[in-house]
Design a protein around this ligand. Structure first.
Ligand code: MG
Length: 365
């Protein structure tokens, strides 16, 4: 199996208007590539972003990375990853646009490996349990929703079978954050798992005040309270905080994850294959987390498409984050939910392929 050519793309897929403490979002931008082998097999990989920067990532693919895999056998995915990581983009790419472009390539190669094996990726990676995997829903808890809407959305999700929900905090007024959590906890009762996500918007003092006030609501975790590079701050916060601390969606390397784990600065590891450099480093991070007894709940930066496979191949994976924006999504093999759990994908590959109609309709480059 040899790679014959690649084709990069950008898709703009609209989503309902939503917001967290950092930004408002009206579309998901998928930037990535299709990798064709000489025998006509196609693998698809991408990075998903929210409104800016896709053109920069495409430029990194077009000028630094995509040509470098021509003639390679995708099954050498680990060697290819190391060569590209240390290649043309090294001095400008250990995090950010070049690194997420490397994610897209690595994901496309794993998609090809699974298709070549005739297996869904989770089976190729050694997963053996096809039962529904527990999921939690973030789509009812956006920061631009009123308290009334938060309550309604939470009840609707419970009706749909979810027993775990997440809401956004980190707004300008801590009293308002606390009131939102209090209102949702009051309406869902104590048997539903509830998490809160500040999206990095606190400093250490504010975070310490917040976690102290949030402790009475029995949260499953507090997520991204501080800047994602602040290992020491997270370690100090975690020492004094009884609820678990979750982070990882903005941690861009397995080395940084190692440092967070070694310092006791994270409890729930939210490693994202689209950001950490692909499935190859994702697996390394998941193994390191499992060795330290930490649970893995990957960030839904991949919209759950890829992570639904990876959680099935890791013994310490706890829940899959899902954000079901679309009734019918843009993917050929769309993630399927039933009673708050994710059904096992059964098609060969990594579920990264877009439906042909969606690909044409949403493609802008
Ligand atoms: Mg988050």
């Amino acid at each position: 199996m040899k790679i014959a050519d690649t084709e990069t793309f950008i898709l703009h897929v609209p989503v309902p208007g939503i917001a967290d403490s950092q930004r408002s979002v009206e579309r998901i931008e998928f930037v990535g590539l299709r990798v064709r082998t000489a025998c006509g097999m196609v693998g698809t990989g991408w990075f998903a972003t929210v409104g800016h920067g896709a053109a920069v990532v495409k430029c990194a693919l077009d000028t630094l990375l995509a040509d470098e895999i021509i003639g390679e056998d995708p099954r050498n995915v680990r060697d290819i990853w190391s060569r590209l990581y240390s290649g043309k983009g090294l001095w400008i790419g250990r995090a950010g646009a070049v690194h997420v472009a490397l994610s897209a390539i690595d994901i496309a190669l794993w998609d090809l490996c699974a298709k070549h094996a005739g297996l869904p990726l989770w089976r190729l990676l050694g997963g053996d349990d096809a039962s529904p995997f527990p999921a939690y829903n973030t789509n009812g808890g956006w920061l631009n929703f009123s308290v009334e809407r938060l309550r309604d959305e939470a009840l609707r999700q419970i009706d749909d079978g979810f027993s775990a929900l997440k809401i956004k905090v980190g707004g300008p007024d801590l009293d308002a954050d606390i009131a939102r959590v209090e209102a949702v906890r009051a309406v869902i009762g104590n048997d539903i798992l509830l998490m809160a996500d500040a999206n990095q918007n606190w400093d250490l003092t504010r975070a310490q005040q917040a976690v102290q006030r949030l402790e009475s609501f029995d949260l499953g975790w507090i997520e991204e309270p501080l800047h994602p590079d602040d290992i020491d701050g997270h370690a100090r916060l975690n020492e004094a905080c009884r609820m678990p601390l979750a982070l990882g969606e903005n941690v861009y390397s397995s080395h940084l994850f190692d440092a967070f784990i070694a310092r006791g600065a994270v409890d729930v590891v939210q490693v994202d294959a689209c950001r950490v450099g692909g499935i190859t480093p994702w697996l390394d991070v998941a193994e390191a987390a499992a060795k330290s007894g930490l649970q893995i709940c990957p960030h839904a930066g991949d919209i759950g498409q890829i992570h639904q496979h990876l959680v099935r191949a890791n013994s310490n994976a706890w829940m899959l984050e899902v954000i079901p924006f679309w009734d019918e999504g843009p993917f050929e093999d769309q993630l399927k939910l039933k009673h708050g759990a994710c059904l096992a994908p059964d098609r060969p590959g990594a579920s990264t392929e877009f439906g042909e109609e969606a690909f044409t309709r949403f493609r802008v480059a």
